[in-house]
Write a protein that binds this ligand. Structure first.
Ligand code: B12
Length: 226
């Protein structure tokens, strides 16, 4: 299969929520055909660009899943199946995105804020930053402001990255910034925010340093001030 075709098939399989060939998929009856994992393995073997797989395969697939959820066609278990397919793909792709042997460019503390369990985007950002040579401290999902501030106090990172995918939890980002202010640490770090509902205007409003629409912008920003 050609690179373009493989990437298109990876996207389709994410939409179908198929991890591997045993899964029947949202449309059913697809079992037996290569799933996300088999396709990623083939793509890696044939040297398809890993970043292209992430952008045009995994992320593009999740965008469609989100639209289908919004329209009512997909329910939560469907979204979850797709998320699991992306997770399995990222496990295989991580070593290809993290180029080894790069000197550390500083610590980057990252977390999905309190109340929010979405971590696919955050994980992609973490992997890309590791690939660019940053030492990433990933606190996971649903992380309270206090925990982020305490870790920043101990680890003294150069950057703090916050992720939120819900309009309700994005407000928690301001709380994190205020907690850092209260501890007198706000000016010691650069704060990056991201996630679908966030924007440049929102970043300005809550006093973050920058909003990033994707993982590439995050790397561009951190490199630009390093
Ligand atoms: C997968 C998914 C889930 C999965 C999450 C699995 C997981 N492990 O992450 C599950 C099924 C668990 C889930 C649950 C829910 N979800 Co959901 N989910 C999604 C979905 C379809 C995709 C998100 C995703 O992974 N996108 C792909 C990644 C690659 O993109 P990304 O996250 O935007 O990240 C990129 C950038 O934003 C940026 N970025 C992200 N974070 C950061 C951080 C930093 C520091 C930087 C620099 C950059 C950055 O870089 C990333 C990589 O390029 C979205 C739809 C959408 N359009 O976003 C809905 C969506 C976010 N979910 C939604 C909802 C409503 C829910 C639930 C409330 C559903 C429910 N009723 O229970 C729950 C909430 C659970 C909770 N408390 O968090 C709504 C939110 C609506 C709103 N206005 O708030 C959405 C928008 C769907 C919709 N259209 O209605 N969800």
């Amino acid at each position: 299969m050609e690179a373009k075709e493989l990437i298109e098939k990876i996207k389709e399989n994410v939409i179908q929520g198929r991890i591997n060939k045993e899964d029947e998929g949202f449309d059913e009856g697809l079992d037996g055909e290569p799933g996300t994992v088999e396709l990623i393995e083939e793509a890696i073997k044939t040297d398809v660009d890993a970043e292209q797989m992430v952008i045009n395969g995994l992320t593009a697939g999740m965008e469609i899943v989100g639209a289908r959820f919004e329209s009512g066609e997909y329910l939560i278990p469907d979204m979850l199946a797709s998320a699991e397919a992306v997770g399995a793909a990222m496990d295989l792709l991580a070593p290809h995105l993290e180029k080894s042997g790069v000197k550390s460019r500083g610590k980057f503390l990252i977390a999905t804020v309190k109340g929010d369990l979405h971590d696919i985007g955050k994980n992609i950002v973490s992997i890309m930053l590791k690939g660019a040579g940053y030492e990433v401290i990933d606190l996971g999902t649903d992380v309270p402001a206090e925990k982020i501030a305490e870790t920043a106090e101990q680890q003294k990172p150069k950057f703090v990255g916050l992720s939120a995918l819900l309009t309700t939890t994005m407000r928690e980002m301001e709380n994190v910034i205020n907690t850092l202010k209260d501890k007198g640490m706000r000016d010691d770090v650069k704060i990056l925010i991201g996630g679908a509902p966030t924007s440049r205007e929102f970043a300005e409003k809550i006093g973050a340093d920058v909003h990033c629409a994707d993982a590439f912008q995050a790397v561009e920003y951190t490199n630009s001030i390093n």
